[in-house]
Design a protein around this ligand. Structure first.
Ligand SMILES: NC(=O)C1=CN([C@@H]2O[C@H](COP(=O)(O)OP(=O)(O)OC[C@H]3O[C@@H](n4cnc5c(N)ncnc54)[C@H](OP(=O)(O)O)[C@@H]3O)[C@@H](O)[C@H]2O)[C@@H](O)CC1
Ligand SMILES: Nc1ncnc2c1ncn2[C@@H]1O[C@H](COP(=O)(O)OP(=O)(O)O)[C@@H](O)[C@H]1O
Ligand SMILES: [K+]
Length: 554
């Protein structure tokens, strides 16, 4: 499991180590300089301390310790014969680190006057022509989006038009570097300019965090240099796991520096969790010799209408294939026929269930004929809220079922956490609007965790917000899962998740009702399994992204 900690908790954990003289910055910098270079070494050479003659490194240096890390890494890289330039966006950069870097023979460019700095254009060209960029503009000390010269620099590096002008104006002064005739232009960490082919670009390594992200909340309100790799120190930060910032972090590498123990001793809760395969393997219900279909858990599925029968097929299939003891299907005969044709083991009709999975393929309230399905969904939800003879029944609610939740909350107040809602961003915005919030899809996409949290507060339910990164908020520590691939952005994909989560809620039916934090964990586990199942097979054999897109050595 990955646990992420707020910047404040990380800072507090640093204190005892710094007080006892642990050279955290030097340790971080050494790891930075050694971990980020294997991709730049000649093929076959893997020693992370090998000399790097001819390898060009650009350090982007801000005014705090994040810039200090980059400068100290520069010291190590200079010792390995790399050609290093430090682009400083402030007059006041980390004093000791700068002194060590200068003493090691490092080249410094003062960009503190911004685009009017005499060396602005040539330095941009140097950065673009380098093999490796270490982004040390700002780390956990960031307040708000990038501003000042740091913002100017990142905007220039990521803005295609400005970049094109820079390259043109410096093409005679940079020799065989970036503006070779016939080579086209790419932006750093962004898409190549339209109509132009991409040329080699540096590997971008974010020092601790990609500069400019919301370290604690994962928001991105200004320019960010999208990294190929983020090396994060001491503890993973929530922003590295949360969308939209997570999309700028590239591959995430964690360097402990001994902070984990210090954090544990503080006794605080992490800000965010991410389950891994082992967590889910430990959690996943595996039948034993005494199990029968009922003890494994029966899932009742209310999904599909004659207009959308496929949603019912997908949800029931997912429940069957992930190990439900039995799947009951409730819906119109025409849909039940489709379900049975695909999954003959599904049992049509009512009966006792350990969890409900409702909503896929149901129309939103008042939009089209629901063939009586919304009434069934309402009844299922009622079983979650009002315990019957066998206690309360957990329920996962998707798509059209979310409107029923909204009405229930408006009528009767908060729901229990064993009601798990699985909206995508548009559905969450709609749900929040129905509960009186002024929210649009774009607002949810810009701050998914905050909006999922708001929906949890307003409804009481556990909220799993779907997307490229899935966020789950219940009564305990939230989760973020990023196990899938963008190939999953396809119609029907969410119906499958509903079925998977139905199976898990049925298997842990009583526990999920008793422990209000468990449904979120189960939802995160379902998202992981859904994601792993949705990764195309080619990804399994693709070489690690770490070695891509290394600039070829010249
Ligand atoms: N945790 C660990 O184990 C270890 C942590 N270490 C490292 O320390 C880093 C934290 O260093 P830190 O505290 O000095 O803060 P940092 O991120 O460099 O930024 C502060 C400066 O940035 C500026 N600034 C702020 N916001 C800005 C903005 N939006 N846009 C532009 N500028 C902005 C602000 O300047 P001001 O605006 O006030 O002039 C301020 O001076 C951490 O991320 C990690 O890399 C390692 O060395 C050792 C192990
Ligand atoms: N870019 C992406 N990368 C990874 N997973 C994605 C991406 N986009 C969507 N997904 C996943 O695909 C599923 C889509 O679900 P949903 O939007 O409900 O589709 P539908 O309603 O058509 O079934 C969700 O589980 C979501 O997390
Ligand atoms: K950084």
């Amino acid at each position: 499991m990955i646990e992420a900690w707020s910047a404040e908790d990380v800072r507090a954990a640093e204190v005892p180590l710094l007080e006892s003289g642990v050279p955290l910055m030097e340790m971080a910098a050494f790891m930075l300089a050694t971990t980020s270079t294997p991709a730049l070494l000649p093929t076959g050479s893997g020693d992370e301390l090998d000399a790097l003659p001819g390898v060009r490194v650009a350090l982007l240096v801000g005014s705090g310790a994040n810039g200090g890390d980059a400068l100290q890494a520069g010291v190590v890289l200079l010792g390995r014969e790399a050609d290093v330039v430090a682009a400083c966006v402030s007059e006041n950069v980390h004093e000791e680190a700068l002194a060590a870097y200068v003493e090691a023979g490092g080249r410094v460019v003062d960009l503190s006057a911004g685009p009017s700095s005499p060396d602005w254009s040539s330095t941009l060209a140097d950065i673009l022509a380098s093999d490796l960029v270490l982004d040390g503009l700002v780390g956990i000390g960031a307040t708000g989006p990038l501003r000042g010269v740091a913002e100017d620099l990142v905007r220039s590096l990521t803005g295609a038009d400005e970049l094109a002008r820079t390259l043109e104006s410096t093409s005679t002064s940079t020799g065989p570097g970036p503006a070779r005739k016939g080579t086209a232009i790419a932006t750093l960490g962004g898409r190549p300019a339209t109509g132009k082919t991409e040329r080699p670009r540096p590997v971008i390594v974010a020092v601790d965090t990609p500069s400019g992200i919301g370290v604690d909340d994962g928001t991105v309100e200004g320019p960010v240099l999208t990294a190929d790799v983020t090396l994060t120190f001491g503890a993973t930060k929530p922003g590295l796991l949360l969308p939209p910032a997570a999309h700028h972090a590239g591959d995430l590498h964690f360097i402990d520096l001994g902070l984990s123990q210090s954090i544990a001793e503080q006794g605080a809760e992490p800000a965010l969790r991410r389950l891994d395969l082992k967590d889910v393997a430990d959690l996943w219900p595996v039948p034993g010799p005494w199990d029968d279909k009922y003890s494994r858990g029966v899932v009742g599925v209310v999904a599909g209408t004659p207009a959308y029968p496929g949603a019912a097929v997908l949800a029931t299939t997912a429940a069957v294939r992930t190990g439900a003891g039995m799947v009951r299907y409730l819906g119109p005969d025409a849909v039940a026929s489709s379900v049975l044709a695909a999954r003959p083991e599904v049992v049509p009709g009512t009966g006792r269930v350990q969890a409900w999975a409702i909503g896929p393929g149901l129309p939103t309230e008042g939009a089209g004929d629901d063939a009586g399905q919304l009434a069934l969904a309402r009844a299922a939800l009622q079983e979650a809220v009002t315990p019957g003879e066998h206690g309360a029944v957990p329920v996962v609610v998707d798509a059209g079922g979310l409107d029923v939740v909204s009405l229930l909350v408006q009528d009767g107040g908060p729901l229990p956490a064993h009601v798990v809602l699985t909206p995508h961003a548009g559905e969450l915005a709609r749900l929040l609007r129905s509960l009186g919030e002024r929210v649009h899809r774009a607002d949810v996409e810009a701050a998914p965790l905050a909006h999922a949290r708001r929906a949890h507060e307003l409804t009481g339910a556990t909220v799993l917000l779907k997307g490229g990164v899935t966020v789950v908020v219940g009564p305990g520590v939230p989760y973020s899962q990023a196990d899938g691939s963008a190939w999953m952005a396809t119609a029907g994909s969410g119906d499958v998740l509903t079925g998977i989560l139905g199976t898990l809620l049925a298997a842990f039916s009583e526990e999920a009702v008793e422990d209000p934090e468990l449904p979120a964990r189960l939802a995160a586990a379902a998202a992981l399994v859904h994601g792993v199942a949705g990764v195309p097979p080619t990804r399994a054999v693709r070489s690690p992204r770490w070695t891509w897109p290394a600039r070829s050595r010249r």
